[in-house]
Design a protein around this ligand. Structure first.
Ligand code: ARG
Length: 243
């Protein structure tokens, strides 16, 4: 009788541990800034896009329920650090600075910063931005690059849409934005064009709290499966049409 009890309690412990090690909860909370099509945007009250779909497949693979929290881009890393969210997934570029605060998964796609200007602008390359007024989303890599441009005035917006609006109203000369969102904004407005020359080449990855190494391993394993099966490419190709 006593033996049976011990076995039963040992079993319970193992079950509890099994849940515990997979991240303590059955939810996977993703922090994002859903104003960044085609990676994340709000459509009909729902957050859709490449990141949302990849996150859903990862959550499914880990047996968790995906919960997406929309917030300011520059609050995302803190949300992950404090445990308010489990992952940062927001077309987030891997940078050495960010690596001081969070860990990154293996990258799931490549990206770049580009320049968007109004048709008729004299800007033809990044060098031409010297001394100009440049719009960026606050806390992004575009914001960081803009700081290196000699004599530039930086206008920081909480959303890229606002920067694009300011550009259309001639309040600023250019917007530095990630390539694919840049393409979306240009496609929505005849008055805008994108400069061909890319500023930088970057990679997007999923951010996880430093201490959450188990979740990072689990995510990397899921990502590998999704990459090998072609699922990631499938999602990306659905949103980004090859030229
Ligand atoms: N890739 C840039 C960065 O990591 C911009 C990302 C902006 N993402 C967003 N969801 N608004 O800084």
């Amino acid at each position: 009788m006593k033996k049976a009890l011990i076995i039963v309690s040992a079993l319970c412990m193992t079950l509890l541990c099994a849940c515990g090690s997979s991240g303590k909860s059955s939810k996977l909370v993703m922090a994002t800034n859903a104003a960044f099509p085609p990676y994340e945007s709000v459509e009909g009250g729902k957050i859709v896009g490449i990141d949302a779909e990849i996150a859903q497949l990862i959550a499914d693979d880990l047996g968790k329920e995906l919960v997406i929290e929309d917030m300011a881009f520059d609050s995302i890393i803190a949300a992950v650090q404090s445990g308010k969210a489990d992952i940062a997934m927001a077309g987030m570029t891997v940078t050495e600075d960010r690596k001081q605060n969070i860990n990154f998964s293996t990258p799931y796609t490549e990206a770049a910063q580009v320049i968007v200007v109004k048709e008729g602008s004299t800007v033809a390359s990044p060098d031409d931005l010297e001394g100009m007024t440049i719009g960026v989303q606050i806390g992004t890599t575009g914001d960081i690059y803009a700081e290196d441009i000699a004599g530039a005035t930086i206008e920081r917006y909480s959303k890229y849409f606002e920067a694009i609006q300011a550009l259309l109203q001639d309040k600023i000369d250019a917007v530095i934005v990630d390539r694919e969102p840049g393409k979306v904004f240009v496609s929505q407005n005849e008055e805008l064009k994108m400069i061909d020359e890319e500023f930088t080449v970057e990679e997007y990855a999923i951010g996880v709290a430093k201490e959450n190494t188990q979740l990072l391993d689990d995510i990397n394993a899921s990502l590998k499966k999704l990459q090998d099966s072609g699922k990631i490419d499938e999602i990306i190709n659905k949103y980004i049409k090859a030229e």
